[in-house]
Design a protein around this ligand. Structure first.
Ligand code: SHN
Ligand code: NAI
Length: 217
């Protein structure tokens, strides 16, 4: 399986099952999608901005829910295998993506896995174990949270720097060398992590050195 990123802005995500797993997936997708959770009961958990609809669809009722809500992704997170199976079938029929929370291993096209994710906007890191050990994905996610501290700010610095260097017609080779030096600077990482420097200041310093013909290496 190969990880890909999918933008769910302005899309609907339909979740069947209001247990702890349905709640976790609802919080995740409600970051950018409109999320609807269908379930006869809801766990005492945070569901983010998701809309909760109390219903207990039979397998035969599932396709009508997809017709009504036109989701880009459907999550099967009930404790009823027949309902989860019907969700997967209905999604396949409509060409929607499907995530089965009760299955691991090989998947059909369109059947996707939700990895453990670390966010340091705009940086995203996803961890999966091929379904062998989701709890290891969770552990590694927690470890990576520390490692990634400052990476978001570093990404903004590099993005801004690349745009400024392009606008100044700095040749591609030189641009690459400057950005590579910035990313490889331990002092800069420390400064961004501790907040003793920020994006605007770094850009100013680097462009200043470039103007005066300084070599950062
Ligand atoms: C295939 C996959 C499908 C999918 O859901 O996309 C799947 C499937 C299953 N999970 C099961 C169990 C658990 N899953 C977790 C936790 C997470 N599971 C997540 C993803 C995935 N889980 C996908 C594979 C990812 C990979 O490859 O690693 C995470 C990363 C993302 C998320 O769900 O948001 C999230 C951590 C989020 C975080 O904290 O960062 C915990 C721990 C806990 O809840 O604390 C347990 C209990 C411990 C245990 O059983 O190991 C079971 C058995 C159910 C049963 O026995 O009934 C199945 C079904 C099966 O294995 O067949
Ligand atoms: N992917 C993952 O991270 C994990 C997956 N699982 C799997 O996911 C399933 C769900 O996990 P939990 O939330 O812990 O289970 P749970 O049993 O606490 O919740 C299941 C939810 O489904 C609802 N439900 C039952 N029939 C329904 C129907 N016809 N339509 C809509 N909703 C219905 C129930 O009311 C309940 O809210 C488990 O059965 C297990 O197979 C379990 C743990 C972690």
């Amino acid at each position: 399986m190969i990880p890909l990123l999918h933008d769910f802005t302005d899309e609907t995500v339909l979740i069947f099952g209001g247990g702890p797993v349905g709640a976790r997936k609802a919080r995740r997708f409600a970051r950018e999608a409109r999320v609807i959770v269908v379930s006869p009961a809801f766990a005492d958990r945070e569901f983010g901005a998701a809309e909760r609809v109390r219903a207990a669809p039979d397998p035969a009722d599932v396709p009508a829910w997809l017709e009504r809500t036109e989701p880009a992704l459907v999550v099967a997170a009930t404790d009823d295998a027949a309902v989860n199976e019907a969700v997967a079938d209905a999604a396949r029929d409509r060409g929607a993506l499907v995530n089965r929370a009760d299955r691991s291993g090989e998947r059909d096209v369109g059947s996707v896995v939700v990895p453990a994710t670390v966010r340091e906007d705009p940086v995203t890191v996803a961890v999966a174990t091929g379904g062998t050990a989701p709890v290891l994905s969770k552990y590694l996610r927690e470890e990576l949270e520390e490692t990634l501290s400052g990476a978001g700010e570093m990404a903004w610095v590099c993005g801004e720097l690349r745009a400024e260097l392009k606008a100044r017609d700095v040749p591609a080779e030189r641009r690459r060398s400057i950005v590579t030096d910035v990313v490889n600077s331990p002092d800069l990482w420390t400064a961004l992590r501790t907040g003793t420097s920020n994006c605007a200041q770094v850009i100013e310093d680097v462009l200043g050195e470039e103007r005066s013909g300084g070599d950062r290496t």
